[in-house]
Ligand binder design. Structure first.
Ligand code: SF4
Length: 147
């Protein structure tokens, strides 16, 4: 499903909006192994934020997967940027900044229920309107299409 479908679908299941406020618990940053995609622009911002050279950042924190870059994780699946909170929160990658409003999490109420099970932030916080949520989905889609 693309955002066009989300927009045009009558009776979108979250037409009343969804609540979210990140509690910075780190549950989405730890545990399950995966990829934390970063663009070249994000890499520069993060390295600059950490005050290290691009070379040093690349050696320590990046891996290349099918032509894209991902932040590395510890062997237990925890993001290396997580240490009792995200160490790069102001410059965190788009993938992290747009969570939990990812298209795959919004397809059905059942998909959203899976998010509720891992993210305490979705039961609380300000209400995001359908339009705001769709804008966030579009940000992520634009990001993916540039990669
Ligand atoms: S699981 Fe939810 S509340 Fe916890 S850090 Fe991730 S987004 Fe924030």
């Amino acid at each position: 499903m693309n955002t066009k479908n989300l927009k045009s679908s009558k009776g979108c299941w979250y037409s009343d909006g969804l609540h979210f406020k990140c509690q910075r618990c780190g549950k989405c940053c730890r545990g399950e192994p995966g990829y934390i995609w970063v663009s070249k622009g994000e890499i520069k911002k993060i390295a600059n934020y950490l005050g290290i050279s691009l070379d040093a950042f690349g050696r320590k924190y990046l891996k290349k997967v099918n032509g894209r870059y991902s932040l590395v994780e510890f062997t237990n699946g925890d993001c290396m940027m997580y240490d009792n909170g995200c160490n790069i929160y102001p410059v965190r990658p788009c993938q992290c900044a747009t969570f939990p409003f990812w298209q795959k999490n919004l397809r059905t109420p059942a998909d959203w229920k899976k998010v509720i099970q891992i993210c305490p932030g979705v039961s609380d916080g300000p209400l995001y309107t359908q339009k705001e949520i769709q804008n966030i989905v579009e940000i992520q889609q634009r990001y993916d299409s540039q990669e």
